[in-house]
Write a protein that binds this ligand. Structure first.
Ligand code: KIV
Length: 271
């Protein structure tokens, strides 16, 4: 008799089934053990260990500085906190763009050293060969189209992408290429909702939107935005579910005051 509790794990096949059933997919970012555990217990389908860690954990302006080693540290912490959800880890800038051999080597390091279930990388046709190679090695790949923050210096701005027909057509073609190359899903970031609808209907793999409207097969948000930890970031697409910044500063102010006024610890809180 097995002593293990039966846990129905989310797999890449689960996501395909959810799309087929018309049931939406929930995805959130996490970068550490404690939050990953809470999100998994809450029933999230997918945790993304995003390279947004570069912004929200390390305080950089862009996602470019974070290294493969740092992503491995964040991802292995997350993996120790989850039982059920699918964990996808971003390949950071510089760890896959040079060629498909390097891309495969980076993906293998993530899978081997973190216990991740899949990797994500940014781009379309230009990374198709790398995606095919990684998928052929047995590693599930999530794509990422639209606003791809690793290319911020090419775009020059974080504004909505693919509003013009030429860029929209490239995105349509890239989405087809990603599916063909073997991606099990793709993120669509900051593109018009009608374009996201069209791509979502065309593809058999799920689309996960961020600032891409209501018609995607799922949604993803950065945990610091959703929980109101990062209060300066207020794009139109963001819904904030908690004002954690105020709650945390309020709690810590109270703690400081209790310590200063000798209100903490009290008699019950000592030995
Ligand atoms: O790094 C990240 O958090 C992401 C999401 C915004 C999709 O790629």
């Amino acid at each position: 008799m097995s002593t293990h509790k039966e846990i129905k794990k989310v797999t890449t096949n689960t996501l395909q089934r959810l799309k087929a059933k018309g049931e939406k997919i929930s995805m959130i970012t996490a970068y550490d053990y404690s939050f990953a555990r809470l999100f998994d217990e809450a029933g999230i389908d997918v945790i993304l260990v995003g390279d947004s860690a570069s912004n929200v954990m390390a305080g950089y302006d862009t996602t470019l500085p974070i290294t493969l080693e740092q992503m491995i540290y964040h991802a292995s912490s997350v993996l120790r906190g989850v039982n059920r959800c699918l964990v996808v880890v971003d390949l950071p800038f510089g760890s896959y763009q040079s060629n498909s051999e390097i891309a495969l080597a980076s993906a293998i390091r993530i899978m081997k050293e973190t216990g991740a279930h899949a990797i994500k990388l940014e781009g379309g046709e230009e990374v198709a060969e790398s995606i095919s190679k990684i998928v052929r090695a047995g590693i599930p790949v999530m794509g990422h189209l639209g606003l791809t923050p690793q290319s911020i210096y090419k775009f020059g701005t974080y504004t909505v992408r693919a509003k013009e027909e030429t860029e929209a057509n490239k995105l349509r073609e890239d989405a087809r290429v990603l599916q063909e190359a073997g991606c099990f899903a793709t993120v669509l970031e900051k593109i018009p909702a009608m374009l996201a609808l069209e791509v979502t209907e065309k593809l058999t793999i799920p689309t996960i939107g961020i600032g891409a409207g209501m018609h995607c097969d799922g949604q993803v948000l950065v945990m610091h935005d959703l929980l109101g930890i990062n209060t300066e970031f207020k794009p139109r697409f963001l819904r904030t579910y908690l004002n954690m910044a105020d709650q945390v500063t309020g709690a810590v102010r109270q703690y400081i005051s209790d310590v200063k006024e000798s209100q903490f610890p009290n008699e019950q809180e000592q030995y």
